[in-house]
Ligand binder design. Structure first.
Ligand code: PHE
Length: 343
């Protein structure tokens, strides 16, 4: 048995010399010391058949050999780790002797905020006021006041987070609840925008997130027409995507506008020729809009026979993604510094 032990050791040290990487090292370790079928382990099972004296003698030798093998393996492992580190340093071109940089004390704006600030400036220059609304909303302002009754399927499309014990409160699914709040508070004439956080119960993926930003706009006055709406939206999107940008309005149903439209802009990447970003259509879908429904004006204590208005809403988050070429919406709320530091 002693001979066998010595043989295992010699062979082990020899095998160790030809080990080329961590995986081979691990394989060798298992082959020698593995609890099931390891050469040494198996051999030592024979100890129990020896006499007491022989047991002691062989046992001692076995321990020494085991230790020798273990330390040879450990040494090799350290070598591999060092090689790996050196490789990494070389690849990343890191100079670990360089003194550290002072910590960054100044933060900077989030991409959503950059877009928001820019649009707030644009809208204030056109005479709009900038309002802020509650993120925890009543079901009334989020849905009912917007002509979306309790049994309306539009509520399913905007499933959100409800608050335990307060079945009439919701995390707002859009910035539209501020339409009626603003009408009630400021009356006519009204020109306002509301940028802010919205929430939906989404199965998140690269295009869907439970938390995102919208910007809502409302104009109410006498003699306000669809043409005013188109003019304002055209100015906004020319400002964002450049002067040659066109907008296209196609009918779409939203319960709180009539008529309602789905708004698209010429794809800023291919200038309307068709590319991957616009799925070869030349157009990017970016907003919803329409003439405010008489029922909504009434909820805002405004007489629809005297006043008209338009409303629009778009995803600030989506605009930030388009502007900066961000492909995964989840990055925006991730707090990932590597991502954020690029802006
Ligand atoms: N609130 C709508 C949405 O989130 C957008 C919208 C706003 C549509 C105003 C029309 C008028 O999808």
């Amino acid at each position: 048995m002693q001979d066998k032990l010595q043989q295992i050791k010699t062979e082990a040290l020899l095998a160790l010399k030809s080990v080329k990487d961590k995986i081979q090292l691990e394989e060798l370790e298992i082959k020698l010391l593995g609890r099931k079928g390891g050469q040494l382990t198996e051999l030592l099972k024979g100890l129990k058949d020896l006499s007491e004296d022989a047991k002691r003698e062989v046992g001692q030798l076995a321990n020494e050999i085991k230790k020798d093998i273990e330390s040879a393996l450990a040494k090799k492992k350290t070598e591999f780790v060092q090689q790996e580190m050196a490789g990494l340093l070389e690849k990343e071109n890191l100079d670990i002797t360089q003194p550290s940089l002072p910590p960054k004390v100044l933060g900077h704006l989030h991409p959503n905020t950059i877009i928001q600030n820019d649009l707030e400036d644009l809208f204030t220059s056109m005479g709009f006021m900038v309002l802020d609304g509650p993120e925890l909303e009543s079901e009334y302002y989020n849905f009912s006041a917007l002509n979306i009754p309790a049994d309306h399927p539009a509520r399913d499309m905007q499933d959100t987070f409800y608050i335990k014990g307060h079945s009439d409160w919701v995390m707002r699914t859009h910035t539209s609840p501020m339409q009626v709040r603003a009408m009630q508070k400021y009356g006519t004439p009204l020109r306002m925008i509301v940028p802010g956080k919205c929430f939906r119960n989404e199965a998140t993926d690269v295009r869907h997130e439970h938390t995102f930003y919208q910007l809502e706009g409302v104009v109410v006055d006498k003699d306000i027409s669809f043409a005013h709406m188109k003019g304002v939206l055209e100015s906004v999107f020319k400002h964002i995507f450049g002067p040659e940008t066109k907008i296209r309005l196609r009918p779409k149903f939203y319960p709180f506008v009539e008529p309602g439209v789905n708004g698209e802009v010429t794809c800023y990447l291919c200038k309307g020729k068709g590319c991957r970003l616009c799925k070869q259509t030349g157009w990017l879908e970016v907003f919803g809009a329409g003439m405010i429904h008489p029922n909504v004006l009434k909820e805002g204590d405004i007489d629809p026979n005297i006043y008209q208005g338009f409303a629009f809403g778009f995803g600030l988050t989506r605009l930030a993604m388009l502007k900066y070429g961000i492909e995964d919406i989840r990055l925006l709320e991730s707090g990932n510094m590597k991502f954020l530091e690029q802006f």
